[in-house]
Design a protein around this ligand. Structure first.
Ligand SMILES: CC(C)(COP(=O)(O)OP(=O)(O)OC[C@H]1O[C@@H](n2cnc3c(N)ncnc32)[C@H](O)[C@@H]1OP(=O)(O)O)[C@@H](O)C(=O)NCCC(=O)NCCS
Length: 329
């Protein structure tokens, strides 16, 4: 089997910023509450004419430019999102067309906040099979379109953004993909979902009036599950490959809540300096958080060629995923 490596990264967030102070004017909340309970200070929000494929294409173009290739070099495009432009065609098709990726196939991957980790796992195996040489994994979400800005318990949490990583064969066997541990647990589906708009509850005047096309969440249930599973899956994956958290240069977790990330570090027996945190500036961008945090880790000199990195996420579904890679550039 070939080994896959990540060879390029691109990111995009829309320019408009929604601060906690802006939210104070929209719902009964305060900057102090949001900062203390979540770690978020601001998030980026797409303009009305911008959809998920637009964010995805901007991130993808940056990754392709970094690698010096264009869309026609891609073999597959995976778009991890819970906010596709529309139910179908898949956002991957819209992105493929925009990128001029004539020879590529692809699909959308719905795993919410674990989407990017599941996408990386899939890409690593497509490359390992020897049938694909360049797979672009994009995590892109326009959460502002499915957030109820009258619900203070959810509207403060989310932002819009996208990131893309190129996965291709590693020439050097010592770098690239090491392993994964992914799970789904549908018994938790009720705690975080968008109830209407699908085949169970098609759109109607009633579903709109009842605000069922927005994110509904039992925050405490999700919080408890996330704290437990972020730790367990990280511990078990590291152990499977003979590592502990101390061996990793950086742990890049999904950014849902600073307290979840701090609790994960504590349980893993490492300091918070091991965790990459940028939730303060972006909030929870769902499938976008891991590439956005990776970009910040690289910029800060915390992730360099040869370093061991752990990506870990928990999301709606429930979905849980972790990957270990030896960083290749
Ligand atoms: C949503 C979350 C921040 C709420 O924090 P919490 O400490 O659990 O807060 P609670 O839900 O217990 O609410 C505590 C109080 O704060 C209130 N509150 C909720 N949102 C508020 C806000 N934005 N501003 C002020 N008060 C708020 C609640 O109404 C509640 O008031 P009450 O005690 O009078 O009923 C937290 O549960 C969380 O982060 N959950 C996980 C979310 C997540 O990760 N989702 C994505 C998964 S990938």
């Amino acid at each position: 089997m070939l080994k896959a490596k990540i060879s390029a990264l691109g990111c995009y967030v829309p320019p408009r910023v929604l601060t906690n102070f802006d939210l104070e004017k929209m719902v009964q909340t305060s900057n102090e509450w949001i900062l203390e309970r979540t770690g978020i200070a601001e998030r980026h929000i797409a303009d009305p004419d911008t959809a998920t494929s637009d964010l995805a294409v901007r991130a993808a173009r940056e990754a392709l430019a970094q690698r010096g290739i264009d869309g026609s070099d891609l073999d597959a495009i995976l778009v991890c999102t819970v906010t596709p432009d529309m139910m179908f065609p898949a956002t991957a098709c819209l992105v493929q067309n925009q990128l001029g990726a004539k020879g590529a196939w692809g699909f959308d991957l719905i795993a919410a906040c674990s989407g990017f980790v599941f996408g990386l796992t899939t890409a690593a195996h497509l490359v390992a099979s020897g049938t694909h040489r360049k797979v672009l994994v994009i995590g892109a979400d326009t959460m502002s379109r499915i957030i109820d800005y009258r619900d203070r318990a959810t509207c403060v949490l989310f932002g819009d953004g996208a990131g893309a990583m190129l996965v291709e064969p590693a020439e050097d066997g010592s770098e690239g993909f090491i392993g994964f541990l992914n799970e789904i647990d549908g018994s938790g589906g009720q705690y975080l979902r968008m109830p209407a708009g699908g085949s169970r509850m098609p759109p109607s005047a009633e579903t709109v009036a009842q605000r069922l096309h927005y994110v509904h969440q039992d925050g405490q249930q999700v919080f408890k599950y996330a704290v437990r599973k972020m730790y367990e899956v990280s511990r078990d994956l590291l152990a499977r490959h003979g590592y502990t958290a101390k061996d990793v240069a950086a742990i890049i977790p999904h950014q849902a809540n600073r307290r979840i990330i701090q609790a994960t570090a504590e349980r893993l027996g490492v300091g918070c300096d091991k965790m990459v945190l940028n939730i303060e500036r972006y909030g929870n961008t769902t499938a976008g958080t891991i590439p956005l945090a990776t970009r910040d880790a690289i910029a800060a000199g915390r992730l360099k060629k040869g370093d061991l990195v752990l990506f870990v996420a928990v999301g709606a579904g429930y979905t849980v995923g972790a990957n270990i890679w030896r960083w290749a550039y």
